[in-house]
Ligand binder design. Sequence first.
Ligand code: UD1
Length: 440
Amino acid sequence: MTDDDALRLTGGMPLGGTVKVRGSKNAVPKLMVAALLTGEPVVIHNVSQIFDTWLVSELLDTLGCATAQPADGQLRIEARDIHPAATRDLEYFHTRSRIPVLTCAPLLHRVGEAELWKPGGCSIGERPVDLHLEVLRAFGATSERTETGFKLTARAGGLRGAVVELKYPSVGATEQFLLGAVVATGDSELRNAAMEPEIIDLISMLQRMGALITVQPDRAIQVTGVSRLRGVSHTAIPDRLEAASWASLALATDGHITVSGVRQADLGTYLNVYRRAGGEFDFSSDGSEVTFRRERSMLRPLVIETDVHPGFMTDWQSPMITALTQAEGVTVLHETVHENRLGYSKALSALGAQMQIFTECLGRTRCRFGSRNHRHSAVVVGPTKLQGTTVQVPDLRAGFSYVLAALVAQGDSTVTGVSLLDRGYENFREKLLGVGVKLR
Ligand code: UD1
C-alpha cells in the first residue's frame, strides 16, 4: 500500500464548505459507450476526471475510436472505424469495471461480434449478466460459451427488433437493450425496464442522435430502430450519488455543506428521508446549488428500504446509515437491490457503532434475497460515540461511509484503500479539504 492509498484524518468536528459535483458516474460512461453507435463525432460535457471515465476512454481507443478532451469537462469521441478488441485487452477492461459489458450491443451492430464477460467493478454482490445475455439473444445474436463468458455473433441481417420482459428492472440490462434496439431492424419493447435518471439521460442523448424511443408510464420502453444515428453534443446529468454522499456528511457531523452543480428532481426521495432524519436543505432559486445541514440537534432513527427508481437508491444507503448511527433510537434497513451491500457494517462496528445484520427481509417488501439467506437487512441502535481507528475500504460507496464514519469519530483514524474512491469522486482529497477536513 502506498501513502496515496491511505487517508489519515482527525474526526469529531462539524464540517463546512462547498463541493462541486459534475456529470454522473453512472451516466457518463454509458453516454461514452453510446458514441460507438455512430461514426460522427460525439461531444459530452460535464465529464469528471474519475477512474471510470478514464477506463472507458482507454477502452474506446482500444476499439479504434479517437477520444480527446478539448477543454475541462469536455470529451470528444469519434468512432469512425472500430474493430473488436484483442482478448488480453478484454481481460484488462472487463476485470476492472462493469461498463465494458455495455459495448456488446454497439459492437454487434458495428462489427458483428462481441464478448460478454463476467464483469468486474465494485464488490457488491454476484452481479450476474444473465439479463444482458437475454436481451442480446432476443436481438438475434447467437452465443457460444467461453471460459470467460460468452462469444456473441450477430446474424447476417444485423440486430433485429425484439420484445423482452426483464425479471428485475436492471439498470445495466435496460441500457444494453437501448443500445441495441435503437439500431435494430424494426420495433422493440422492453417491459419491466429500469427508469433511473441516468437511463433517461441516455435516452435523451440517443433521441438527439436520431433514435425513436418512447417511455411508457408502466415501466415499458418502446423503440423503433433507425438505420443511422448522427453525432451529438450532450451535457451529462449531475451525480446524484455524490451529492447525497456530501449531504450525509453534513448530517452526520452537524455541519453545513453546500453542493453545487446538482438537480433537485434527481434527489427527491433522498431529500424526504434527509428531512425525516432531522436534516434540512436550502436550494438556490434555480435548484443547482443546495446547502445541507441539521434542523434538530439529535437525529431521528428511520426505517429505510432501498429500491429501484424512484425508490431510495441503494448507493445512498451506506452514507445515510452511517449518519444514522448518530440518531437516537433504532434504525432499520432493508437492502433490496444488491444482495451484498452491508459489508461496511464490520468497519462501523470496529469504530464502535451498534449494527446487526439479518438475513430476513426487515421491510414491507419480501425481496429476492430473503429466501436465499443473503445478509441484506440491518438494525442500527444509536446514538453511539464512534472512536477513531484503522479501516480498509472494500468498495466505492462503502468507501465514502468509512471516511464519513472516521470524520464522525473522536480522534484520529486511518482509512486505507482510498484509491477505490477515485472511481466515483473527482479530486476527493481536495474536496475533503474544501469542507474543512483535517488531513494529517
Ligand atoms: C447500476 C449502477 C449501480 C447501482 C445499480 C442499481 C452503474 C455503473 N452502476 O449498476 O451504482 O447500484 O445500477 O441502481 O451504473 N442483475 C441480474 N442479472 C443481470 C443484471 C443485474 O440478476 O444480468 C441483478 C443484480 O445482481 C442486482 C440487480 O439486478 O441484484 C440490480 O443490478 P443493475 O440494476 O443491473 O445494476 P448495475 O447496472 O450493475
